[in-house]
Design a protein around this ligand. Sequence first.
Ligand code: ZN
Length: 460
Amino acid sequence: MLDLAIVGATVVAPSGVALADVGVVAGKIANIAPPGALEPARHTVDAHGMLLIPGAVDPHTHLDAEMFSSHTIDDFESGTAAAAAGGVTTIVDYAFQAQGGSLADAIEKWSAKARGRAIIDYGFHVALLDPSPEAIAEIPRVVGRGVTSIKIFMMQGFEARARDYLRAFKIAGDSGALLAIHAEDEHLIGFCTERLLAAGKHDVTHFAASRPPLSEAAAVRRALAMTELSAAPSYFVHLSSREAVDEVRCARARGRMVLAETRPIYLYLTEERFLEPNGAKYVGYPPLRSAEHRDALWEALADGTIDVVATDHCSWTLERKISADRFTRMPPGMSNLETLVPMLYSEGVAKGRLSISRWVELTSTNAAKIFGMYPRKGAIVEGADADLVIFDPSRKIVVNSREMHSRADYDVFEGFEVTGWPKMTIARGVPIVTDRRVDSAAGRGEFVARARFSPRWRSQ
Ligand SMILES: [Zn+2]
């Protein structure tokens, strides 16, 4: 007897896209059968006319985090509720090392934030902010605990400690960790920022000019040299520009192991947004770019240069977001976990720019493989966790921040018309969202200890 049967859906599986029925036992996918061929189940969900996809895996979130002397508005409970409502069933959040602190303490601190709160499964990356000899020596132990990726910010303070970071890259690579790199060159940004501020150009309309595409591409190039020397695999988070994507393409052509992520805001918004009243609500690092860059990112999604679309969900109230009078003091990031999957369907699949399979790779399968969670997460295959989304491809929704589950009181995609939205989100066999209503006990999400990075991740 199955616990749950989902019948009638078009199933998006690694083997292809086809009508099938899916059976669940004890939180796992037990059976993928031709229509009508499943054994009886305690509960049956009729999913005719729907797509059945693996729950999305967002490997870039910041929940319950502190930056710019403020606390993000979403904790692990509201943030994962927003995630689940949008069809995301696993996140990997960034645990920040304190200056002078250990990596183990960072992971402990983040575990305490998530435990008892998260409603979906979660893993952690550790952000290496102080590459002391002690912290570097901890890397193999951290990797052994299932925290198998190390975040590097190439911004404030990176250059002064570049050689320490190189030592860390070497140990990370030797330990089987993946480097998740935020690539923006601090000196190029510093130079641009200095000149703008000296000319009295303080407001958000000058923000994009303070961090030009060149500063991203230069940092990618430098990181590629550093990771080549230290033989460490690299994953560039939230790439935003044509130049940066071209660097990744060239490195791959030379046989380098390099992976790339982008973020929804760069696919749907351009820098003209900063001219709007309250334009500060769009501030993220790197900034929004011109349409030329947006189009280059879409090409890179379709041709395989970009592997993952992840949110960098980092939510604030509108009040906090617009309260600073100069662009250097505006807290970066925004809420966007709930719209990740449906908007990429709407703008990508429904508009003919991406296939259904590519959409699922970009939002689920690739992140699960790259970050060591496949095949437990990221695919509809027998034996995997039954993290499933029944997705209604014809449901039309207008984005309205009041209907979203994030505690942020605005949405950067307010008013966007979206075609396709999750009908039901199932996490380890349990429906936790139905028709946009979240119904789950806080704390049912579990820590996922991740495997080491495999250079052969694509063929897993
Ligand atoms: Zn981030």
